[in-house]
Design a protein around this ligand. Structure first.
Ligand code: PGA
Length: 246
């Protein structure tokens, strides 16, 4: 099963536009072997849910790490469940950078999301590779920090998205080979933590400037379980083309 995640970030500003994109996605004939998760901004979740049809899943770009209480502006697991969200993204590099999210906060969010019954996509980023042959240690550190203490059972609901920071929103994607070596490295870290069987089961995505020209190069790799698409997923014609190409 391949997983395609559309992360709209803050590119879509109106409910009308959100609905238009969702409607277009619902019209695409998607293979049974492909799961599509659409993650609009919070305020458009309900509108998008109505338009995406039954097979496309609804995801959220973030979740707060407390259940309820005096937390102005926070979006909690119950709020997300109430509008039909089944998947949440945690630890995106933009959250780490612009919202000062630490490994510790991300870890709390992972716990809260798992307790809430969601599938969780944990993003791990990397800065420039100094040595193109080696995946930076930061990818391993972020993976370890996010997964320490998680139960083996819960791991089945976790997906790791490998996203080189320099490839996000730049139009310059990683090479499929380097993305694959990062996926292998992440599985090695998970194998050390949880055992080989768990590492083999773990889903690993690639994210960073995926579009209709390169999506197949990543998705069709055996060791890569899908992609996380940012900007290109908000261009409805482009994203429909991407889905139809798989
Ligand atoms: P992008 O974003 O596709 O716009 O590069 C990817 C991501 O942040 O996951």
């Amino acid at each position: 099963m391949k997983l395609i995640v559309a992360n709209w970030k803050a590119y879509v500003a109106t409910a009308k536009e959100a609905e238009r994109i969702a409607k277009k996605i619902a019209q695409v004939k998607i293979k049974k072997s492909t799961t599509v998760v659409v993650c609009p901004p919070f305020v458009f979740l309900a509108a998008v849910k109505k338009k995406i049809g039954r097979t496309v899943r609804l995801g959220a770009q973030d979740v707060f790490w407390k259940e309820s209480g005096p937390y102005t502006g926070a979006i909690t697991p119950d709020m997300l469940k109430g509008v039909g969200v089944g998947t949440v993204i945690v630890g995106h590099s933009e959250r780490r950078q612009h919202f000062s999210e630490s490994d510790d906060i991300i870890r709390k969010k992972v716990d809260m999301a798992l307790a809430g019954g969601f599938d969780v996509i944990i993003c791990v980023g990397e800065r420039e590779r100094e040595d193109k042959k080696a995946v930076p240690e930061s990818v391993g550190e972020q993976t370890r920090a996010a997964l320490t203490g998680i139960s083996k059972g819960a791991l089945a609901r976790i997906t790791i998205a490998y996203e080189p920071i320099w490839a996000i929103g730049t139009g310059v994607s990683d090479t499929p080979n380097d993305a694959l070596s990062a996926a292998i490295y992440i599985r090695k870290v998970v194998s050390e933590m949880f055992g080989a069987a768990q590492a083999t089961m773990l889903k690993v995505l690639y994210g960073g400037s995926v579009d209709s020209r390169n999506i197949r190069d990543f998705v069709l790799q055996e060791g890569i379980d899908g992609v996380l698409v940012g900007r290109a997923s908000t261009d409805k014609e482009e994203f429909a083309k991407m889905l139809a190409s798989l």
